[in-house]
Design a protein around this ligand. Sequence first.
Ligand code: SF4
Length: 317
Amino acid sequence: MAVIGLVTDSIKMPNLALMKLSAYHQEKGDIVDWYNPLFSSDYNKVYYSKIFTFTKHYPYFINNIEKGGTGFDIYKTLSHEIDILQPDYSIYPDIDYAVGFLTRGCIRKCKWCVVPEKEGYIKSYRTVEQIVRPDSNKIIFLDNNVLASNFGIGEIEKLSKSNYYIDFNQGLDVRLVTDEIADLLVKINWIKYIRFSCDTTSILPKIIEVAELLRSKGYKKDIFVYVLGIEPEDTLYRLNELKKHKITPFMQPYRDLSSSTIINPELRKMARWCNRKWLFKSCSYEEYNDKKRKYPLKYEETIKYFLELEGEKDAVI
Ligand code: SF4
């Protein structure tokens, strides 16, 4: 019986690869738990999955380590024997949803994206039935471009007739939303809302068109859009247009995959404004930038804002 340790930089989302590795080792009778450096000599093997390229590396030396994930090596994958296993959700006791992919890969080759290189062209991967867990009616899908796959659309059709609550948390490709697809999307039980991506200004008219189409078909929730920020001026234009059409943007400043730096500090500031919804709704970016402006905020909101700037995100006032 071996003792297996797990390490990851993925804090908000459960790490699918580690859950499958945990399932594999538990089937073999091994002990699996999150790595604790106080007991470093007890581990026979430690799996370190680094999802992001921009997060810091684990600061201490680890014996018998095996590294994987986009943050280390985009070509490294789980063996088929491990990949087909059901994830072990017991390592995330607070997670009450299933997580998985219906499809892998993408039909496009956006120059800022690692998916085409890492996963190749779109292909079917798992059915809904293979992803669900018996103790939950919620599923978070991690697909990169599910609408590019007829198989994926077929699975969405199943979901539209089911009682599952779902999310495609990487965003759907709005360019592939037809009238028929929109009919499916409005029938889905969304955990939060529909998410799209708007990485270039050329996609903006389609986002606005699809938002209007969905609303005309009875969709009432927020429409959430990931906005990749590369050039500040162009990014701000997209953010303001989305705001005008009551679409909720979430801005992600472009990060260089190799150097892990944000190209333009202006984009970071813009993201700070955009992603704090109470700021985004209450003032323009120009007003936000105006140091002399007196924010029309309550005292508590002002304190919270400055605490957040200091990184005290969960500060209780
Ligand atoms: S459409 Fe999305 S997943 Fe596909 S290559 Fe472009 S950014 Fe990547």
